[in-house]
Design a protein around this ligand. Structure first.
Ligand code: NAP
Length: 476
């Protein structure tokens, strides 16, 4: 009998899993989605200017290439539209339970019990694909409740609130802020950008694809594949070595410094915007309109320490900066992974307890004590240089390659020794990478353990995940 598969989340990962199961002729799956629509991060992040800084010809499924991207770096509506088209083409919507949040997943009597507000259902396999950046992190600044104006998080944009002519405070200056600040700066009366730590910023070589180029992508055999391959190889061959502190580290820094110099004429502002840690330690911002927005006369980059949020604005060590709107671009609870879903494995083992010193999974996919449980975009599978969709496809292929063993033996579970060896290898590889020291970032826990990023080339990850390395797993 085909295994019953529960997929949690209908973003890039969950949809990929569902589509690949359909393509493999397996329809005994259900997708649980807590929201009313699909798309994950591309549904949630609808702020002005939201988009992907990895070109979409690569940031898309390899089995569903799309010739009609309107530009190299399309914005959120186009990416969400692509996912919707994929769901429709492979007819997976019928299998998605919208507005159904999974509260817990419990392994009992050799199967998984999935509990939602509507009841409990039994499955043989669980694939959790809830992303690393799905839960907004609100900062812990005293007085936030005292603010009398309007406030919201960048990933929960308040589209009803017109920013025209307002005094706006943006807290945070990561990739999200860098995308929406240029869009709102021209509308607001005044914008204060509260920067705690500057980011390295490199240009985004965006360009529209005209009708002829799109036709060429449609009809010239091999063109799209070659373009995709070229983007992939560039990222792997040039950006990865910079993060691994290899030959291109200096080039990345020079690119960012040249960009800063070209776009910010004021030496005082340039100094404020110059990071004091190596490029790549935090996610590099890829954007060409962020710096010009910061140089506008109605925009101030505020580096004074925030003391509290007051009724009328943001109070810093230097005094009150008045605002009628605060936008928290303060990122996500990235190291909490599957939270708040309660996951219990064999013999009542709690995943939260097992992960008390940081999330870890073999290949980023499997966890000892949790048979037939698979994670997509799990611990140590995030990238700072290439497409996450590539990683997701590797993980989905891995799950597919495990299913025949589950059919034959009932269960597949990673051995604790294999997990321990994997963790040692990761730690050794992590020592080479730029994220380790010199900065705090969403890649690591407060204690400094890098739980989010993959430290190797993605080609290696593809090789490692291609099929289940059987000695690492126990069957049945
Ligand atoms: P983020 O990179 O985590 O940035 C959060 C910002 O908020 C940082 O500047 C941080 O400062 C600041 N912050 C947090 N708490 C604060 C506090 N209490 N007081 C003052 N400042 C505070 O979040 P994000 O910009 O939403 O981006 C998250 C990730 O999403 C990105 O790194 C990227 O991987 C992804 N993303 C990608 C794209 C894309 O184009 N592909 C676009 C948007 C987002 P510190 O640096 O000092 O901590």
């Amino acid at each position: 009998m085909a295994p019953r598969v529960a997929i949690i989340g209908a973003g890039f990962g969950g949809l990929c899993m569902a589509i690949q199961l359909e393509r493999a002729g397996l329809s005994s799956y259900t997708v649980f989605e807590k929201a009313g629509d699909l798309g994950g991060t591309w549904r949630d992040n609808s702020y002005p200017g939201a988009g992907c800084d990895i070109p979409s010809h690569l940031y898309s499924y390899s089995f569903e290439k799309y010739a009609s991207w309107t530009r190299r770096y399309p914005e959120q509506p186009e990416i969400l539209g692509y996912l919707e088209q994929c769901a429709d083409k492979y007819d997976v919507r019928r299998k998605i339970r919208f507005n159904t949040e999974v509260l817990s997943a419990t392994y009992a009597d050799a199967s998984w019990q999935i509990r939602t507000a509507g009841g409990t259902e039994t499955f043989d396999v669980v694939v959790i694909s809830v992303g690393q950046l799905n839960r907004p992190r609100m900062p812990d600044i005293p007085g936030m409740d005292d603010f009398e104006g309007t406030c919201f998080h960048s990933a929960r944009w308040n589209h009803e609130h017109d920013l025209t002519g307002r005094r706006v405070a943006v807290i945070g200056n990561g990739s999200s802020a860098a995308q929406f600040i240029p869009r709102i700066a021209e509308r607001v009366e005044h914008l204060d950008v509260f920067q705690r730590t500057p980011n390295w910023v490199i240009p985004k070589p965006d360009a529209a694809f005209g009708p002829l180029t799109r036709l060429a992508f449609h009809y010239v055999p091999g063109l799209q594949r070659a373009y995709r391959e070229w983007i992939y190889r560039y990222a792997e061959g040039t950006l990865y070595p910079a993060l691994a502190q290899g030959w291109s580290t200096g080039l990345l820094k020079k690119r960012a410094m040249d960009h800063l110099e070209a776009q910010v004429p004021d030496p005082g502002l340039r100094e404020k915007l110059t990071p004091g840690y190596p490029p790549g330690c935090k996610r590099v911002v890829i954007d060409s309109s962020f710096y010009p927005a910061l140089t506008r006369s109605n925009v101030d980059v505020v580096t004074d320490r925030i003391v509290r949020v007051a009724a009328k604005g943001v109070e810093t060590a230097e005094g009150l900066r008045e605002a009628d709107t605060i936008i928290y671009a303060t990122g996500f609870r990235s190291t909490e992974f599957l939270s708040p879903i309660e996951v219990q494995g064999r013999d009542g083992v709690s995943l939260t307890r097992q992960w008390h010193s940081g999330a870890e999974a073999y290949l980023g996919i499997s966890v000892p004590n949790f048979p037939n449980l698979f994670l997509l975009y799990g611990p140590n599978t995030n990238l700072g240089h290439n497409s996450i969709v590539f990683m997701i496809e590797c993980q989905v292929n891995h799950v597919l390659s495990c299913l025949p063993y589950i059919r034959k033996h009932g269960t597949i579970e990673v051995r604790p020794e294999a997990m321990a060896a994997w963790t040692r290898q990761l730690e050794a590889a992590m020592g080479r990478m730029v994220w380790g020291n010199g900065c705090q970032s969403w890649y690591k826990t407060a204690e400094g353990r890098v739980t989010n990023n993959w430290p190797g080339p993605t080609t290696l990850y593809r090789r490692l995940t291609a099929r289940p390395p059987l000695p690492a797993y126990s069957l049945g």
